[in-house]
Design a protein. Structure first.
Length: 358
């Protein structure tokens, strides 16, 4: 199974590279400016386990499909959509790094500085980072267009509509995430519902819900079958986000590619922060109040905030919820009449999504 997943990840990499080659060709009249942007997209697109694409391919197999090439192509489109989202996220979050390398907008800001161009280098980098994300999103739609060509009109239309729904929901989910983080920290204790809405819309949607639906659509599954596999992607995707939040708090930077406790500096509203705020003492709450969302917080201050959260039952409760959600998704999967080999692949991927170190 590991060999199959590795082979499929490479196939998705090849399709991403082929799409970016078309993007490079289309933008070539812009000369060096095009290369400066496309180089960042290429670098930002590399790496990762291609989990979303793997879910699409496995869902296709589980529904006894015969359009694996289309499934892998749509997987490449979803992976490129994620890259676009990350490029935008890094600008919105003012992040310094991504996957162990400087964030694209930081590299583009340094380009401005090295050439001693006019205006603010940081503003230039932020704008260029947004444009890099925009161009990647356009490339994702190019990849989608190419991928659905072998499908019949009905399945092609279904997959295209699902991709559009996903892209629109994730975009509004990103806005919701910003909106939640903009609320006064004193309201954190009342934000549980909003935090869950962010996980549902921003992450669960394109990490599991829509990939599973897209894989079923590639296989020509019925509307009811697509709805059923899509539904179990919601708890799976939320469990994925909760694991991400745990890693964002306690993960190793060498493994995650991001500084430890970076979510603290970003002021990210998570279930971990919400629970700690609810149950910590006055001193703990004062520490969180002083550090959450402070970009200039030093390592010691961040470590103290992490320790406050870790001293509560927040981590234990989130781990319990991850297990419950993962079990829920597995139970729903087992109830569907799917191909056993495809189910085996999906089960392995479900475990990888919820029990990971990066």
């Amino acid at each position: 199974m590991d060999n199959l997943l590795t082979e499929r990840a490479r196939a998705v990499d090849d399709r991403v590279a082929a799409t970016l080659a078309k993007t490079a060709s289309a933008t070539a009249p812009a000369g060096a400016a095009a290369t400066e942007i496309t180089d960042q997209i290429t670098a930002s697109s590399s790496g990762g386990k291609r989990l979303r694409a793997q879910l699409i391919a496995a869902a296709h197999d589980a529904h006894r499909g015969h359009q694996l090439e289309a499934a892998l192509g749509i997987g490449a489109a979803v992976e490129m959509f994620q890259t676009a989202a990350l490029l935008h996220d890094d600008v919105l979050d003012d992040s310094d790094t991504r996957r162990g390398r400087p964030a694209a907008h930081r590299i583009l800001a340094d380009l401005h500085r090295r050439h001693d161009w006019l205006g603010s280098a940081d503003d230039f980098g932020a704008a260029a980072g947004i444009l890099a994300g925009d161009l990647t999103l356009m490339a994702a739609h190019r990849a989608l267009f190419d991928a659905v060509q072998p499908l019949g009109p009905k399945d092609s239309a279904t997959a295209t509509a699902l991709f559009a729904d996903m892209a629109e929901l994730v975009t509004v989910g990103q806005y919701l995430d910003m909106r939640v983080a903009a609320q006064p920290l004193a309201t954190l204790g009342d934000q549980e519902s909003a935090i869950r809405d962010v996980m549902r819309t921003k992450t669960a949607s394109y990490s599991a819900e829509f990939p599973l639906a897209l894989g079923a659509a590639c296989a020509g599954a019925s509307a009811d079958s697509i709805t059923a596999i899509r539904a179990l992607g919601v708890p799976l995707g939320i469990a994925f986000q909760l694991r991400d939040d745990v890693l964002g708090l306690t993960g190793s930077p060498a493994v995650t590619g991001k500084p430890a406790g970076d979510d603290i500096r970003e002021g990210k509203r998570t279930m971990l922060a919400w629970r700690a705020w609810q149950v910590t003492d006055a001193a703990g709450r004062a520490c969180l109040q002083a550090t959450l969302g402070r970009r200039d917080a030093n390592d010691d201050e961040v470590a103290e905030a992490v320790a406050v959260i870790a001293a509560t039952d927040a981590l234990d409760l989130v781990e319990q919820e991850i297990a419950t959600l993962a079990s829920n998704a597995a139970t729903q999967l087992a109830a569907l009449e799917l191909d056993p080999h495809g189910v085996e692949l999906l089960t392995s991927l479900f475990n990888a999504a919820t029990d990971r170190a990066a």
